[in-house]
Design a protein around this ligand. Structure first.
Ligand SMILES: *Cc1c(COP(=O)(O)O)cnc(C)c1O
Length: 420
């Protein structure tokens, strides 16, 4: 069946025809590509066309699609069983590797998604501090648990409002939402509510509303205010962890959070998340402590094997080479008239605007232009994430041949974007 036919049927099965909303292509228009198979930085769709992938499953595939070493590790572990619902040595191997790369993680717990990691870290923070309020930042995404689907309330109130139907107002009120990059709002908040706030959660490299690089001082100030008020600082590194460098954003900025959440890369393409950090805080988690959190498939041996095979290959040299290549790819993006492509590590955000550090600074006009660019590049065999608010992901598999393909595509679309 063609993409078109498959999508028609998908619409009869799933809301919007998809298993996760942004995949529906509503933002950019057109029919979503149905992936048939993928290798390195390429995939073939069900129409038999080949594309250069710059979305890479939204981040997990830092080494590329279908890497032989990972497939081998998965196959080997599969031979020994798909799931045990009991401890297995592979959990220890992945935990050891994570702690080696991120020394401030003293204890951790594996879960099955980033959403679950965040939800569980918030509960641990509340259990440890015996406080209910949580603080988040507008423009950061932390998965879809109720308390995180909250936006800033209107006017001067500090209490948030649900950003999704189905989230009770009472839950929204327990989350406060501040703008990024606003030092004044941050210190006012802590003056008034710091002592009632269980935790502050932030993406240290906000990469879910475009890429919104924060000033180092903003993150440092947040760290200090948290320490002073007994508020737990959670870095949500589900994207940035093992992406921007071996120790993630925490190491890059030399700021140590109390808890951290990971996902995406640590599963090597399989569903894994984890939360961890200070051992006194993790001590509240069951069965050691009173905070309940569990999972039938948590620590799944096959997923652990895929994660370990990935992390074992993430050496300082690997990052140096990948991050260097990202600079080159970002420059190629900027050959398109009007495009600025801020980048951190191997995350690149092509936008028709410059110097954006807050979500409310993104202009709808630049998103409209992105949508056009998305369609034009797709025609040239380049697959960008299907939304202007998403970043592009580079992997170790984006080699010289891929770069040449990308340069050709950019040369073809650049005249069509000029003056638009
Ligand atoms: C992707 C992401 C999540 C959610 O992870 P899922 O595995 O999609 O549930 C949470 N936080 C951040 C920063 C993410 O990028």
């Amino acid at each position: 069946m063609s993409n078109e036919e498959l999508f028609k049927e998908a619409l009869t099965h799933f809301p919007g025809g998809v298993s996760s909303p942004v995949r529906a292509f509503r933002a950019v228009g057109g029919t979503p590509k149905f992936f048939k198979r993928a290798w390195d930085c390429w995939f073939e769709d069900e129409d038999g066309h080949t594309f250069l992938d710059l979305c890479m499953s939204w981040g997990p595939l830092i080494l590329g699609h279908s890497q032989p070493a990972i497939l081998k590790a998965v196959a080997e572990s599969m031979q020994e069983g798909l799931t045990f619902g009991a401890p297995s040595r592979r959990e220890l191997a992945l935990a050891r590797r994570i702690k080696e790369m991120v020394p401030f993680v003293e204890k951790l717990r594996f879960v099955s998604s980033g959403t679950e990691a965040v939800m569980s870290a918030l509960r641990a923070a509340r259990g440890f501090t015996k406080r209910d309020r949580i603080l988040k930042f507008d423009g950061c995404y932390h998965g879809h648990s109720d308390g995180m689907l909250v936006k800033a309330g209107s006017g001067l109130v500090t209490f948030g409002e649900p950003s999704s139907a189905g989230v009770p107002a009472a839950i929204g009120e327990l989350t406060s939402v501040l703008p990024l990059d606003d030092f004044g709002a941050l210190s006012r908040y802590f003056d008034e509510h710091g002592m009632q706030t269980a935790c502050a959660i932030i993406e240290p490299v906000p990469a879910n509303n475009g890429l919104l690089p924060q000033q180092l001082d903003f993150l440092k100030t947040l760290r200090e205010l948290c320490t002073r008020h007994g508020t737990i600082l959670i870095f949500d590194e589900v994207i940035s962890g093992f992406r921007v460098g071996p120790g993630g954003a925490a190491e890059m900025y030399k700021i140590t959070p109390d808890l951290v959440t990971y996902g995406k890369i640590i599963g090597g393409g399989m569903p894994v998340g984890c939360y961890g950090g200070r051992k006194d805080i993790m001590g509240v988690v069951a069965p050691d402590g009173p905070v309940y959190q569990a999972g039938t498939l948590s620590g799944n041996p096959v997923a652990m094997a895929a994660g370990l095979a990935t992390l074992e290959r993430l050496t300082p040299d690997f990052y140096a080479s990948l991050n260097h290549r990202a600079v080159i790819w970002a420059k190629v993006f900027e050959r398109i008239p009007g495009v600025h492509a801020p980048h951190i590590g191997s995350l690149i955000w092509p936008l028709f605007q410059e110097g954006v550090r807050r979500s409310d600074a993104v202009k709808t006009g630049s998103i409209t232009q992105f949508n056009k660019l998305h369609r034009l590049l797709l025609d040239q065999g380049v697959y960008l994430p299907p939304s202007g608010y998403e970043v592009a992901f580079l992997s170790g598999a984006h080699d010289e041949k891929a770069l040449q393909h990308f340069e050709r595509a950019v040369a073809a679309v650049a005249p069509m974007m000029a003056g638009s």
